[in-house]
Design a protein around this ligand. Structure first.
Ligand SMILES: [Zn+2]
Length: 542
């Protein structure tokens, strides 16, 4: 029996994410970190006391790094009513799902549903639909984008919203032809209707609802455990308020934070951080503050992304901006001057242009290595890609949207849809391209996202920008070392190199031999965090 904590994984190919030698045969590690990577016979020979695990032809990779994920929201969605497509494919399905929940929910208690996607329905659902499900419970149905919420009459009444309530800046309370609220609240208007724990003004969509801390810690643990099972060892929450930070801190204190967590404080806190003299990165290997998050435009799926030429089958989506361009620039220049790395949500070319102007002004005022990020970067024009490369901006992309919503993109954007996430063009221009999930908007499983980056097919099977597809190896770099670069953690994790933290994953199959359309069906065999088994297929890690 061996008492050493050393492990050697061998018997399959190992993707190292080290560009000098991307593939190896074996990796040795202990709790302190990775010890050796190389040829199986040699590595096994150097660590005779190690526990040798033959992976049986499976593929070894560094723990995946999700650079844009709504961690706590994912945990909350995992315990809410799931109204995603295709399970819920019409207004009637939505009503039925909520009516069923109402039968087992005490009167007056709010019902939450996550993930409806009315682009798949034949019409937009309204409060009157939800009123058919229940009038005894306030209902909140979140749009799959996280940017909109649909509420019923009871919820409108609870929050005192009336037909003459004005729209807030950066948001809209949708009204029908007679001026009546339909219950659909877009972007910054979510603020008005949710029982929010944190006021964020028009800095982003407000999904920061009031819940007891204990429930939030439970949600963190629930999502984190699922992440480990999917091969994720580091996750960056792309919109953090004091609510999220408190939940992660409490979870970490209680030993209930399963994955390394990086927080992106939302921009409404810029002045508060400035007042105490704090800027990211700050923290430790388990929990840290990273870049600051800003929003330029709305949701691509939700119809509020800002394009130069409005999209939609009848050009019905002019897009909306969270801030006037001058205001965004002023904030970003300030954050940059304070030392922040900045990540800006920007989908349409109009929003991307405004954001690049702000980045350029910030860099010119104070040149430094900044690693600013474009979150989503849906539709950068060729000229914008040149600027992105020149300014040293990282794009943080979510190609799973191309599958989940690709058919709507083709209908609403026509030819332009094939230029969504032009990752090949970005790589050719020298841009650092990162893949991520945007969970719970889309699947948190890295292999789902990687499959879509390679395959670029819609749910209906149509190709979408096929010439922009990544190779498997490019997709792996983008989910490991380049994602850790976007988090300023590349010296600690993201690759299998001696001295790095021992976050190692074994995929349950031979990844290189798996056809692209089957990659998403692969499971994760084992996940090691800090050299310890953190999750195992078929076993409950707890
Ligand atoms: Zn997001």
């Amino acid at each position: 029996m061996t008492t050493s904590s050393q492990v050697v994984l061998h018997g399959g190919r190992a993707f190292t994410a080290d560009r000098r030698r991307p593939w190896a045969e074996a990796v040795a590690f202990d709790r302190a970190g990775i010890l050796d990577v190389g040829i199986a016979g040699e590595v096994l020979g150097r660590f005779p006391d190690a526990r040798a695990i033959d992976v049986g032809g499976r593929t070894i990779v560094p723990g995946f790094v999700d650079a844009h994920n709504h961690f706590l929201a994912t945990g909350e969605s995992l315990s809410s009513i799931d109204v995603r497509y295709p399970g819920v494919a019409s207004c009637d399905d939505l009503v039925a799902a909520i009516a069923e929940a109402a039968r087992t929910t005490p009167d007056g208690v709010a019902i939450r549903a996550y993930g409806f996607d009315h682009a798949k329905y034949d019409r937009v659902p309204t409060r009157w639909d939800l009123d058919r499900a229940t009038t005894l419970h306030p209902v909140l149905a979140y749009h799959v984008s996280g940017h909109h919420v649909l509420v019923n009459g009871a919820m409108l009444q609870l929050r005192g919203l009336r037909d003459d309530t004005p729209d807030p800046p950066g948001g809209e309370l949708v009204r029908d032809a007679d001026g009546r609220l339909t219950g659909l609240c877009l972007d910054a208007a979510m603020n008005l209707v949710l029982p929010v724990a944190v006021e964020i003004g028009s800095h982003g969509p407000n999904f920061h609802t009031a819940e007891p801390l204990e429930d939030l810690v439970e949600a963190v643990e629930r999502a984190g455990t699922a992440f480990l099972r999917a091969g994720l060892t580091t996750v960056c929450d792309a919109q953090v308020t004091r609510r999220e930070l408190a939940a992660y801190r409490a979870a970490a204190d209680a030993g209930r934070l399963p994955v390394r967590t990086v927080c992106m404080p939302l921009s409404h806190q810029l002045d508060a951080y400035r007042a105490i003299g704090l800027a990211g990165p700050f923290g430790d290997d388990l929990l840290r503050i990273g870049a600051m998050k800003f929003y330029a435009d709305g949701s691509l799926i939700g119809g509020t992304a800002a394009f130069d030429v409005p999209y939609g089958e009848r050009g019905e989506f002019p897009g909306s901006l969270y801030h006037e361009p001058d205001e965004l620039r002023t904030m970003i220049v300030k954050a940059h001057a304070d030392g922040w790395q900045v990540g800006v949500h920007a989908q349409g070319d109009r929003a991307i242009g405004i954001t690049l102007d702000a980045f350029e002004a910030a860099a010119r005022a104070r040149p430094r290595e900044h690693r600013h990020r474009l979150e989503h970067a849906g539709y950068p024009t060729p000229e914008q890609i040149r600027r992105i490369a020149e300014l040293g901006i990282i794009t943080v992309n979510q190609p799973r949207y191309l599958r989940d919503s690709g058919d709507e993109f083709l209908a609403r954007l026509g030819e332009r849809a094939h230029w969504l996430l032009p990752l090949r063009a970005e790589l050719d221009a020298g841009v650092t391209v990162v893949l991520s999930s945007d969970s719970d908007v889309a699947s948190y499983r890295p292999l789902d996202v990687i499959a879509s980056a390679i395959d670029r097919r819609t749910l209906a099977g149509a190709p979408i920008g096929a010439d922009q597809a990544l190779t498997l190896e490019e997709a792996l770099f983008a989910y490991t070392i380049d994602a850790s670069f976007a988090l300023r953690l590349e010296d600690r994790l993201g690759s299998l190199e001696p001295g790095k933290l021992a976050d190692v994953v074994v995929i349950d199959g031979d990844l290189e031999a798996t056809p692209p359309d089957e990659i998403a069906t692969l499971d994760i065999w084992k996940t090691f965090l800090d050299g310890r088994p953190a999750s195992e297929a078929g076993a409950d890690p707890a």
